[in-house]
Design a protein around this ligand. Structure first.
Ligand SMILES: [Mn+2]
Length: 496
């Protein structure tokens, strides 16, 4: 529960108190105007008559203070009350109003120590204040403090092969870091492999840094590391497991304890983007269109358009983001133009299909774009009476396989492992899986002879798949996985 303390309660203060009176936890107001104290008491607010800049009065005013609101009329009194609050309750979230006719200097001095300053002319001030002093206010204050303590550049790592939620969260956290004066860079390992995700990055003009895992990995330019949309180094990312982590913001339930200076881990929300939107809103950061659009898309993708694992917090974050976002751009992200190559791949997949019962397998020959495989596998699933699709092609000496299932008991991940693990690597999820098989294992045909290569590959892959799917165990309803991130990573690793 949040314990909230209001120091000084002028005319603005009164409307702030009204806005937060029904919020969570206890509320105590300290002001030296007897008449105001009386009025507040009549409204059922605990109010103490006293000097809001006097240490004894304030310290005795409330216990376990998590949120302090400074809201007197006099700028000088407000400044002293804010300084006192920082002294007495260093961990609390501090929201401050500068006061009537405050000078720019006074405002600036206040914004340097407060987590959030409010301007009573600000639109939606009530909404801002309600969110600001809500249940998790103290987290935002701690995030800001943790970032402020960073001495140098911050690396914000997404999980491998990042999805929109991870990408948007990383970009948003960098924006928060920038606001507190820290240089930060959004980073990832792997690739951004789906066409829509690439369109997302390109259309929003996001500047992301791609790292190569391995012995040459050098992070010495960074003074601190943050993880978003996953929570442990070396798990779903390729950082060394012993990398010290400063900040974690994630919504996946962790399998093991998470270790970091600041942790915001809430598995009851649908997206990490929701958590970042909340912090940005609470800190009163001017959100750019790109960040707002990105976070909104992150929430929509992770919650399957507010249909899956969605919480009140996700809706609230979305309603905050929506006026700042470019929804026209989201439409373009969601229906990216399809290249002629991809259409050609889908056409070949349809032409070359072999169907047994409800299972379809098809070879598309040599591949120019690996994304096209996943798209073809998805699209062929729409074919009447088909519940399982397997689409594959080859490139650079490797056969890439992409499989999808819908409305069937077949566990594709298991099937793929059973069929291809011995000749390559395979894995994935019950309804979405992939495999990679070195061409060298399939025979000695030259890659140039595409027609005969297609024949050889087809024989091996299609036959093995049909044989296996007729004899593998069905899914046992074990649909859950450690979290979407780990699942994405598995599929991506084998599929992409
Ligand atoms: Mn996520």
């Amino acid at each position: 529960m949040v314990s909230r303390l209001v120091l000084g309660c002028g005319t603005v203060g009164q409307s702030l108190v009204e806005a937060i009176a029904d919020g969570p936890g206890s509320l105590v107001v300290i002001d030296d105007a007897e008449s105001r104290i009386e009025a507040l008491r009549e409204e059922g607010v605990t109010a103490t008559s006293g000097d809001p800049t006097d240490p004894e009065t304030v310290e005795g005013g409330a216990e376990d203070v998590e949120v302090v609101v400074v809201a007197g009329d006099d700028p000088e009194t407000n400044r002293r009350a804010a300084e006192l609050a920082v002294d007495l309750f260093p961990g609390a979230y501090l929201l401050a109003y500068a006061g009537h006719d405050a000078t720019d200097d006074q405002r600036f001095a206040l914004s340097a120590i407060a987590d959030r300053t409010v301007d009573p002319t600000e639109a939606l001030v009530e909404q801002v204040v309600t969110v600001a002093v809500g249940d998790h206010a103290i987290r935002t204050a701690n995030l800001r403090r943790t970032l402020r303590a960073v001495d140098g550049k911050l690396a914000v790592f997404m999980h491998d092969n990042p999805d929109p939620d991870a990408i948007a969260s990383a970009v948003a956290l960098c924006r928060i870091a920038e606001e507190v004066g820290i240089d930060a860079e959004p980073c990832y390992f792997g690739e951004i492999s789906h066409q829509e995700n690439r369109a997302f990055v390109n259309l929003l003009d996001l500047d992301l840094r791609n790292f190569e895992a391995g012995p040459d990995l050098d992070l010495s330019e960074f003074a601190a590391v943050a993880l978003v949309d996953h929570s442990r180094p070396g798990v779903n990312d390729q950082l060394p497991e012993d990398t010290p982590i400063d900040v974690v913001v994630d919504h996946h339930p962790p399998k093991e304890p998470v270790d970091a200076t600041f942790i915001d881990l809430r598995s009851d929300v649908g997206a990490t983007s929701t958590l970042l939107a909340e912090h940005i809103q609470r800190l009163g950061i001017d959100i750019s269109e790109a960040v707002a659009t990105g976070l909104l898309y992150g929430i929509r993708v992770d919650t399957k358009d507010f249909a899956r694992e969605v919480s009140t917090a996700d809706f609230e974050a979305a309603s905050y983001l929506l006026p700042h976002a470019d929804t026209g751009m989201l439409e373009r992200v969601e229906s990216p133009s399809v290249s002629a190559d991809t259409f050609e791949t889908v056409a070949r997949a349809i032409r070359n299909r072999r169907v047994e019962g409800t299972v379809l397998a098809t070879c598309v020959g040599s591949l120019s774009d690996r994304d096209a495989l996943a798209q073809a596998a998805d699209q062929l699933l729409d074919m009447e009476d088909i519940t399982t699709t397997l689409v594959y092609g080859f490139r650079d000496g490797t056969v890439f396989v992409s499989a999808r299932a819908r409305g069937t008991d077949v566990d594709l991940g298991e099937t793929m492992r059973a069929a291809f693990d011995q000749i390559g690597s395979a894995g994935g999820h019950a309804d979405m899986a992939g495999a990679q098989i070195p061409l060298g294992l399939l025979g000695t045909v030259e890659e140039e002879e595409e027609a005969s290569l297609t024949d050889v590959v087809s024989d091996v892959i299609t036959d093995r798949f049909f044989e296996t799917i007729q004899s593998t165990p069905q899914t046992d309803g074990e649909y859950s996985h450690g979290g979407e991130a780990s699942f994405d990573a598995t599929v991506a690793e084998h599929e992409d």
